[in-house]
Design a protein around this ligand. Sequence first.
Ligand code: CA
Ligand code: CA
Length: 173
Amino acid sequence: MSKFRAIVSALTLSTVALGGTATIATVALGGTATIAAAKDPEVIIKITRVRALDQPDAFSKGDFYAKATINGETIATKPVKQETSITPDWVISKKVKPGTVNVKLAVFDKDVSVDDPIDINRIDNKRDIDFTVNTKTCKIEGFSSTYKCGAKITRAGKEKKGAEITFIVMVKK
Ligand SMILES: [Ca+2]
Ligand SMILES: [Ca+2]
């Protein structure tokens, strides 16, 4: 009789153990999925300097802000009251899937009605700049020369309401 009881309790224990294992396995799988998403690279654009090349606003000092579109999502910074040159250290970042990422970078002067696009591209009739960031090689392409992550990139427009912009692209893995 006591032997039988021992077997029963052993069976009960093994069932509990199996149940426990199953639960742990599920938790572990869920955890792995979350960690994979958290490991997606982050594209970071840091705008260190914007220098007005003419008067962006006829009635007041300019108030520039930047707007970046990273893989289709547009993010804007807060405007900064404009002296001739500002060092705003604006940071725009977005988590992306690994690979080549499309970026559009634009500067605007905030206005009462419609914000003025500021020319930061030396090409005529094109005021914003487009480039790609490869999250694996950290190469930045779309300019006359290829840049690496962390390199200072300076671009300037030559049309009315123009500015020179200096920025750095980084990829956080
Ligand atoms: Ca303004
Ligand atoms: Ca232009």
